[in-house]
Design a protein around this ligand. Structure first.
Ligand SMILES: NC(=O)c1ccc[n+]([C@@H]2O[C@H](COP(=O)([O-])OP(=O)(O)OC[C@H]3O[C@@H](n4cnc5c(N)ncnc54)[C@H](OP(=O)(O)O)[C@@H]3O)[C@@H](O)[C@H]2O)c1
Length: 324
């Protein structure tokens, strides 16, 4: 079967290690099943794998793609919960299981015609979404759901700042926070993406680094060094930053004085549990939410898709249509 595969890693030229090639059909072990992939979306995670960050070289070659929407052997339309973990690991929180992995880390990912996944990872697709839209959900929306509702524990009437509105995780966070009755502020580097943030549901959007109308209960942080200091300054005393990524670097000035004096809480967040993925999917269906797609591309055009993502010129998700 045709697949997009990481065959080597290069920090400076990540796309040189991405190949389209024929790969063997998946052979699901006991307790796993095969999903025919309809669509799979691009994530920064794939780029980190190709750069050699957080991905062991011995796990290469590996089919990339952590997001899958498709059809099971029984004909069920599904999305795939992307965290492969022991559900009882991590003291009952599978995202804390030391042996956990994301699809495409230890097991082949979704840029292929078929994929083997644990049966427990199969979750019903929201019925109102196309496969292309549904393929945007598992990683970005699952991650954003956990950040907003499990880690920051946001409730109706609370306020949140989402840094970097144009991203996959951040556009999901804006949409779901607004649907949950939270006051949403967003920042972006461009006026165009600030307008997009408003269309997604942000009450107001600002250039990166701007003073907000008031301090917020929580900040959704995936940008890293470029926005960290602003994130700290925007929080009310006792507020929290939930950090799930650091696209612009992992080593900002920690500003410990501000953290202890304002009693700020810094919470890491990675992925989602199956229960959170399912709750996210139900919220999307109940509120008829739709992910923002930047473009749908063919598997053959995946290099161009990743190049745009690396440039930061994307607004919303880039989706690979694997089968019509
Ligand atoms: N922990 C987890 O489970 C998890 C899950 C998913 C993603 N992540 C991580 O979260 C990060 C975002 O992922 P994504 O897939 O949402 O990426 P993405 O779609 O490429 O979004 C990147 C975001 O970063 C902002 N940005 C990029 N360069 C910037 C710069 N120089 N200055 C300021 N802002 C900049 C952009 O905001 P504007 O263009 O609007 O300014 C954009 O919103 C990545 O580092 C990824 O690895 C972690």
């Amino acid at each position: 079967m045709r697949a997009a595969v990481a065959v080597s890693q290069n920090p400076e030229d990540p796309l040189s290690g991405l190949r389209l090639k024929d790969m063997p059909e998946p052979e699901p072990p006991a307790g796993w099943t095969t999903v025919s992939v309809k669509a799979s979306s691009l994530n920064m995670h794939d780029v980190w794998t190709l750069r050699g960050v957080g991905h062991r070289p011995e796990n290469i070659p590996m089919i990339l793609g952590c997001d899958v929407a498709g059809v099971t052997e029984e004909g069920r339309e599904v999305i795939v919960h992307p965290v492969i973990a022991d559900p009882d690991g991590g003291q009952g929180d599978e995202t804390l299981d030391p042996g956990r992995s994301l699809l495409s880390e230890k097991h082949h990912g979704g840029f292929a015609e078929r994929i083997a996944v644990p049966r427990r990872c199969v979750v019903d697709k929201p019925a109102h979404l196309s496969f292309e839209e549904a393929a945007c959900l598992p990683v970005a929306w699952g991650t954003a759901y956990r950040m907003l509702f499990t880690q920051a524990r946001l409730r109706p009437g609370d306020s949140v700042l989402v840094q970097g509105a144009g991203g996959g995780v951040t556009s999901a966070a804006i949409t779901m926070a607004r649907a949950a009755g939270v006051t949403v502020y967003a920042t972006s580097r461009t006026a165009e993406k600030q307008e997009l943030a408003r269309r997604l549901g942000a009450h107001e959007a600002f250039p990166a680094g701007s003073r907000l109308p008031h301090r917020v209960d929580a900040v959704i942080e995936t940008v890293g060094e470029a926005t960290w200091s602003h994130s700290l300054r925007c929080l009310r005393p006792g507020g929290c930053i939930v950090v799930a990524g650091a696209t612009t670097g992992t080593e900002p000035d920690a500003e410990l004085g501000r953290i202890f004096f304002q009693q700020l809480r810094i919470l890491g967040s990675t992925g989602s549990t199956r229960a959170e993925t399912e709750a996210m999917s139900r919220l999307v269906q109940a509120q008829q939410l739709r992910p923002r797609i930047d473009r749908v591309i063919a598997l053959e055009d995946i290099h161009e898709g990743f190049a745009s993502m690396i440039d930061g010129t994307v607004s919303g998700k880039i989706v690979v249509q694997v089968a019509s």
